[in-house]
Design a protein around this ligand. Structure first.
Ligand SMILES: Nc1ncnc2c1ncn2[C@@H]1O[C@H](COP(=O)(O)OP(=O)(O)OP(=O)(O)O)[C@@H](O)[C@H]1O
Ligand SMILES: [Mg+2]
Length: 481
């Protein structure tokens, strides 16, 4: 997470860039005039400065020089109007800055930042999943990073893997990734959903049949297991496999051979099995609905993908990922989401996990007519779920924002909810104000203000940390459309 100073004359543009940087997991600070810029820079340990040439009245070289002298490691991205492009290019050439024309294209900015921030010393350089995973599997939380590293490590082995996790957590996505990274990558990856096909049909689908094996079997047919030969067979919803098919599958795993329905001949097959389930298999074993021996065969390695609500840090990255996906697909140019919508998306529990975020963003794309997603663009059931609303209603002294039952004391209820929520967030991210504030969907300065208001003690060791720029408060206001 890099500290980035955004120095732009246009406040709305600065906020857009600020939101974009937050989505990327960076920490932006915003200034909109030259004196705050100089003050910040002289205090500051920023990694990158995004500098609007218009913020300096006469593009004075000595100001830029002053900035560089103060902080030699600072990387500078010059943002310039067409008219000043020549001067910017001269500057950029002399001091090896990067420059871009106004209005700032966020994709382009992201590209430059990736390059500028990549170098040594970037904190995340350790233990990073390789590019393959990073480009397909979005998320930077410690939990998802562990999943990716484990998947990457075991991909090369031949062992069966059981992938567990709630619906929509990415079990199929990770299975495909494992296949792609395995030595079987050039052979087929065949996915079968055991819950979607009736049992007798599933048997002939999996094992194939000989001509005349049953009415309608008019020719010999290979089953999916044979089709996956030398490759990977992905058995989704394995918990729904009947006991009969469980024993047949166990034979395939043990003897590496199968017999097509109605056939005498045994055929050798060489497959690797990846299985996935969102059910509690040990419970199914206790209920005698799942064979324990098959479970042990499949569960040589277990990869568990935690639900999204246990890794909320991934939410901004997923939002950004889907926004970019649907921008590309629909030729749109949505730049981000406003603060209220963001607060809601951070608070929500996502029973449908990543698939649900995907759906929410699709929904927002369908409804939004501007370039920023707002609360109205979210599904109706999300409109009133965020404690951020109670925070806001309380802060502004307007109980109106929440519909209260007659007789309820708005002050009492709102403050209680708010205080409890803050304490809960702290329990989840002890000693980390940045993460706590992010999980709550508010800025750190708002968090500090609230803590003071409620007499919540700062954790030792975090008090002396610098307050963020005052302008951060502005970021909590919804953006103008
Ligand atoms: N970390 C992720 N990054 C990007 N996309 C993801 C991620 N996790 C899941 N997805 C996407 O979310 C959707 C659901 O993922 P997937 O189908 O793999 O989930 P699943 O665990 O198999 O769900 P189910 O149990 O319902 O079958 C897919 O469109 C997938 O591409
Ligand atoms: Mg699935």
């Amino acid at each position: 997470m890099a500290k980035i100073l955004v120095a732009l004359t246009d406040r709305d543009d600065a906020i857009k860039i600020g939101n974009y940087l937050e989505d990327r997991g960076e920490t932006p600070y915003i200034v909109t005039d030259s004196s705050s810029l100089l003050e910040k820079v002289s205090r500051g340990d920023f990694s990158v400065l995004i500098l609007d040439t218009d913020i300096i009245p006469e593009l004075e070289l000595n100001i830029v020089k002053f900035i560089k002298e103060r902080n030699t490691a600072l990387k500078v991205v010059l943002v310039t109007s067409r008219e000043k492009m020549d001067t910017a290019i001269d500057l950029a050439r002399k001091d090896s800055f990067v420059y871009m024309a106004k209005p700032v294209n966020l994709h382009e900015l992201g590209f430059f930042l990736d390059k500028l921030l990549r170098g040594p010393g970037r904190e995340e350089a350790r233990d990073l999943p390789d590019d393959y995973f990073a480009s397909r599997f979005v998320g930077r939380s410690e939990k998802i990073r562990k999943v990716m590293l484990l998947a990457q490590k075991v991909a090369k082995s031949e062992s069966s893997i059981l992938i567990t996790g709630e619906t929509g957590t990415g079990k199929e996505l990770i299975s495909r990734a494992i296949h792609e990274l395995s030595s079987r990558a050039n052979a087929p990856f065949i996915a079968v959903n055991c819950a979607a096909i009736p049992d007798n049909l599933l048997e002939s689908e999996l094992f194939g049949y000989k001509k005349g094996a049953f009415t309608g079997a008019s020719a010999d047919k290979k089953g999916l297991i044979e089709l996956a030969d030398t490759g990977t067979l992905f058995l989704d919803e394995i918990g729904d496999l009947s006991l009969h098919l469980q024993s047949k599958l166990l034979r395939v795993l043990e003897y590496k051979e199968l017999r097509r329905l109605g056939d005498e001949a045994m055929r050798k097959v060489n497959i690797r099995i990846l299985a996935a389930t969102n059910q509690d298999i040990p419970a199914l074993i206790r209920e005698k609905k799942f064979r324990e021996d098959l479970f042990f065969r499949l569960n040589v390695i277990n990869i568990h993908i935690p639900p999204l609500r246990e890794r909320k840090e991934d939410i901004p990255f997923l939002i950004r990922f889907f926004i970019e996906k649907y921008n590309k697909q629909g030729g749109r140019n949505i730049v981000g989401i406003d603060a209220k919508a963001r607060a809601i998306l951070m608070q929500y529990d996502y029973p449908g996990n990543v698939r649900e975020i995907d759906n929410v963003i699709q929904h927002a794309f369908a409804l939004s007519s501007g370039d920023i997603i707002g609360v109205d663009d979210l599904p109706v059931h999300m409109h009133n779920i965020s404690p951020y609303f109670s925070l806001e209603a309380h802060a502004e002294g307007s109980g109106q924002a929440m519909k209260l039952k007659p007789g309820a004391d708005p002050d009492l209820i709102l403050t209680e909810v708010e205080k409890r929520t803050i304490l809960k967030a702290f329990a989840r991210y002890p000693q980390n104000h940045t993460k706590t504030a992010r999980a709550l969907g508010i800025s750190r300065s708002t968090l500090w203000r609230k803590m003071k208001e409620y007499g919540i003690q700062a954790d030792p060791g975090t008090q002396q940390k610098e307050m963020p720029a005052e302008t951060k408060k502005e970021k909590q206001q919804p953006l103008k459309k």
